[in-house]
Design a protein. Sequence first.
Lengths: 496, 496
Amino acid sequence: MDKELKFYFEQRKKILAFRYVSFLAEWDAQTDAAPGSIAADSEFQTTLSEMSYRLSTDPRFERCVETLYAARDGLDDVLKHEIEVTRKSIADDKKIPVKEYAAFCGLTAQAYPVYVKAKQTSDFALFRPYLEKIVDYCRKQTQWLATDELKGYDILLDIYEPHYTQAKYDAFFKVLRDKLVPFVKEKTARVAPVPDWAKQSFDVNKQREFCEYIRDVMCFDKNYGIMKESEHPFTSGIGTHDVRITTHYYEQDLVSSVFSVIHETGHATYERQVDPKLNGTLSGGGASLGLHESQSRFYENIIGRSSAFWKVHFPKLQRTFAPQLDGVSLEQFVAYVNRTEVSFVRTEADELTYPLHIMLRYEIEQKLIDGSLQVKDLPAYWNEKFGEYFGITPPNDALGVLQDVHWAYGNFGYFPTYALGSAIAAQLYHAMSKDIDVEASLSEGTTKAVNDWLKEHVHKYGASKYPDEILRLATGEDFNAEYYVNYLINKYSEIA
Amino acid sequence: MDKELKFYFEQRKKILAFRYVSFLAEWDAQTDAAPGSIAADSEFQTTLSEMSYRLSTDPRFERCVETLYAARDGLDDVLKHEIEVTRKSIADDKKIPVKEYAAFCGLTAQAYPVYVKAKQTSDFALFRPYLEKIVDYCRKQTQWLATDELKGYDILLDIYEPHYTQAKYDAFFKVLRDKLVPFVKEKTARVAPVPDWAKQSFDVNKQREFCEYIRDVMCFDKNYGIMKESEHPFTSGIGTHDVRITTHYYEQDLVSSVFSVIHETGHATYERQVDPKLNGTLSGGGASLGLHESQSRFYENIIGRSSAFWKVHFPKLQRTFAPQLDGVSLEQFVAYVNRTEVSFVRTEADELTYPLHIMLRYEIEQKLIDGSLQVKDLPAYWNEKFGEYFGITPPNDALGVLQDVHWAYGNFGYFPTYALGSAIAAQLYHAMSKDIDVEASLSEGTTKAVNDWLKEHVHKYGASKYPDEILRLATGEDFNAEYYVNYLINKYSEIA
């Protein structure tokens, strides 16, 4: 056993070192590298990925994990969980025929530029043959990976959010369909116009300065992670000591960068507050996509769009952007950042309408995977359902079925985690509010009380437990979508 | 043979991929990473270095290289040279006892912070015991690596600049001692004061803008490498498609960043202009430290400090820094950037006095390695020799023997390549001037004619030949220090 453990730890160290390489290479490509360098450097990355793949699929490593799994009851809880997860991952990898997987990687590599062109020209027909093959592969994937417990779309959902099956998501989206759809229709019947003061220019250097201030408000220790700029904001971490974020500044939009930074610093705070003992294990970082997203959205929407937050920080914003914000009241600013309106594009949707975009994608994925919807019928189905939920119909496929890149990558089962994240955030907010007065704590000028609660009840576990287990520990109950719908309806009922 | 070649190419691909990792990790640490992240990330780097080391010392790789070496006459010239170099490197590595090497790595890791403190407090006694052990190791190294051809200090010199032995360097430095020392004494007897216009503030954003312009003047294709900022400017490349530089801006110094950028873009141009066929081999990049430095100094000093260069670009500089440069003439500016003065610190020395700083270090290293100088006597010896060459004596060891970090790293034999680089640059300039009118070519506004000549005669070879061979091909003769001394004396005789 000692010999196995020693080998496991050595191998794990190497696996983590290769993760560091990916972290660094991706960071570089997204923020620094010159366009012409990226393609050349990707060849090195391919070689490194192959080395890394060989490491994780080394038969000796597999046997070692099997031995440790058989003796798992003698391991500490963290290692026991890690061995279970690693064993499942090795087993799943082995079930997928190597040839089919390689062909699929080639397919998505080809599909990506075609997708980009199809979106640019709003030409679904161009992308259709690729998407058909991608869906085919994903359906085959559900057959290869089927177990007694999991079949069909559940297999794909489980990849992105363990233990969240169709049964759970169906119940979740049913609540949204029944309660949120009518509420959204009512709320968006009359849309508040964008105020004139928000249509001015806002100096990018001042935005930078304010965003650095926001990171301080959120108590992010800048000694352990930098902020840079990239086309699409993201967070990237490799242990609690190196968590980086990016944002994007738009001179014509004051709040875009601010909410990006709150959102990404939410992700970053999660990574930073994992128990440092989990550094050097495979149980560091976040527990799942949904739980990660719950943290970023908690900070962005529940904290960052609240009156209590801006009551403290709006004066600073107003000073930074004088004279543009002269005469704007706190109430006007908060109303502006909570403006709601139906729109075609998910990534531009507001907090209230956002989950309906996800619901639509979830229903479509379900039907594509169970075969009741064909790719050829997808645009018409998308537009019909969109009209049903939002009351408007996309004028073209670029603003409809072609808007997201996820399917071109073959990421079926990913979308639902976005809505789940928002819903988990609301459930955590409910639980947190029993322990602390969240709004009152913000009057101290930082999110420290919120950070501390989340650290103790969510962050510290890292990926050493499944996300549903962490939610139970944090809130005392299973996932419950009612908190989310109630939160949204309460909040947006109060906003005129 | 085919099997061996196949294995060699596979292994080489992995070795290069690990080089890419080092390239990226160093770039990140020097430019981006937050201070607290660097230490944590270095653990991943240690693991990766170990993997990389195991790859290069894999006995199967060694046998493969031996087989290819035996059959080297059947290989193309590039591969033949690469196999020779790789075989020597493997053989040398094997001659060093692993335990001693590991202890030495530990020693220098410990020595570094002590060196920093000793420099800060100008306390040589603090650093002395470490330096004694470091010198001991380097002397042992010369015993382990001794061959029929190379012994003593030659072993160390050869590590940094193959084929440049004490015999060659002695002849080089003798010319400097005999001709340059008296000339420098004469020239620096009366020092021109720093003009008042150079003592103003120069907006850093405008410096940035001008430095980007300089990269364009030097025809650097920004699609293949970025420029960022770091404490100490450097160049880093990983093939012709990704060559990056850094610089450092000082608001109180207009020309520091400009000449850094010319210098580093000189290095970068070398890397960019290697034959792209050498990408993916171990024969890409520059041929040696000295040859690399010859390129950076060629651009910085011979081109960048010339009247012909500034005749074209000074008006732009003047416009960029109006009103600070109003009323400054081209002649005044060129005189300022060629100002010469004896000073204590090598890194701040001007073109004329610089090589004497190196000569001093060369003579000291020679004596430390052959045992005729003891570390305990080093500060006194340094100060005595410094007085002899420069006519001034360092007021303390921080400005004397403790000023450079190289010895704390154990890099004995490195310094001479700096002076060699300047001398090679002058020899190349002489050869280039037979083919093109260098000054006239600059009137076209770019360094294209210079770039093209250097590409054809130096850069294209990459590391596929030894540096002395490249110099012979480029100039038709062996290294000859006379060109350098003549160049310096001619140039500085003309400057009032």
